[in-house]
Design a protein around this ligand. Sequence first.
Ligand SMILES: Cc1ncc(COP(=O)(O)O)c(C=O)c1O
Length: 389
Amino acid sequence: MFNGAPLAFFDGPAGSQVPESVITAMSNYYRTCNANSHGEFVTSMETDAVITECREAVANFLGAQSIREISFGQNMTTLNFSLSHALARKMKPGDEIVITQLDHEANRGPWLNLAEKGMVIKEVKLNRDGRLDYNDFESKITKRTKIVAIGYASNALGTVNDIKLARALSKSAGAFLVIDAVHYAPHFPIDVTAIDTDFLLCSAYKFYGPHVGILYSRPGLLAELKTDVLRTQMQEPPYLIETGTLNHAALAGVKAAVDFIASWGTGTTLRQKIVSAMQQIGEHEHELGKLYYENVRSINGVTVWGPDFSDKNRAPTISITIKNITATEAAKKLGERGILVWNGDFYAVKAVEVFGLVEQGGLIRTGMLMYNTKEEVERLIAGVEEISK
Ligand SMILES: Cc1ncc(COP(=O)(O)O)c(C=O)c1O
């Protein structure tokens, strides 16, 4: 409760709330088997089991074939920097990397930094409708393209990008495809094998888990890379990109988060349950997103940025601006009503620059997750209506 109103959590794109089962799994880890890994005693062996079970759960979550394809790190950004260092060792000056104007900086910065090593970074343009310019994308691919780094869904506008095309274009150049699925993962089932990507990253704190970054690598690929590793660590996938001791308690929490999601689905295998749950969760969130989108766009002075809801293939994350009130003021006023929304650029700073919204403080972003309700969305619409007057 805040100011007498129940809290409505629309801040999910910056991190979801965490179910009791995740909290219990993390505290149980500390209570029962807190130790470092790879020892010859019981708590260490239990810790090894926690790590392996978490890899199995995440492999199921992403549709990966084996736990050797699943690496963990502090967060997505740190893993992507490590990946960029490793891929850079396979490249030479003049080689090209294609990124997009719509991506979060976590999938731009690591690649933009490689300009220092002589790599040429090209940016796919963002259209005013919140979608990438796919003609521009095609024109940016050349024989020298070595990496295509693209988001699966935009954390600022909810746009879902054409990953099939990104795969086809990157393949035509023989380039690696790196997908940032941080914003897509909480809303849709992911099948890394079907999309045939080389790398895919996501972050468990966006889908009901604790702060753990996840990297999927195509089978065998990590072993071919020269990563930043100590000679004392295991020189094979999935460990090759994992530096230092992992956060074991958090990994217990990540497994519990995947089990939590699966508990809402049906089927006989864990994978079937996850896919079925994610489909249902996605539908619920889409309905809420559509309700907000359809109502908020007709409020006087409100502009909605990003694609409409005619297509199911859209994340339930909606950003608006309001005439005569900055995003900061709007978020503050909604916050006073117990309605939690983010303001600013959410690190999708390039998109906000392209839209010319920096001066007015960026966007007011609302994200739907499985725990949001129709009543909360109605409160949100009424709140936006009030503060727009
Ligand atoms: C689309 C997207 N990519 C990457 C990130 C960075 O993830 P992390 O905080 O795990 O580094 C975020 C975080 O908000 C995000 O929304």
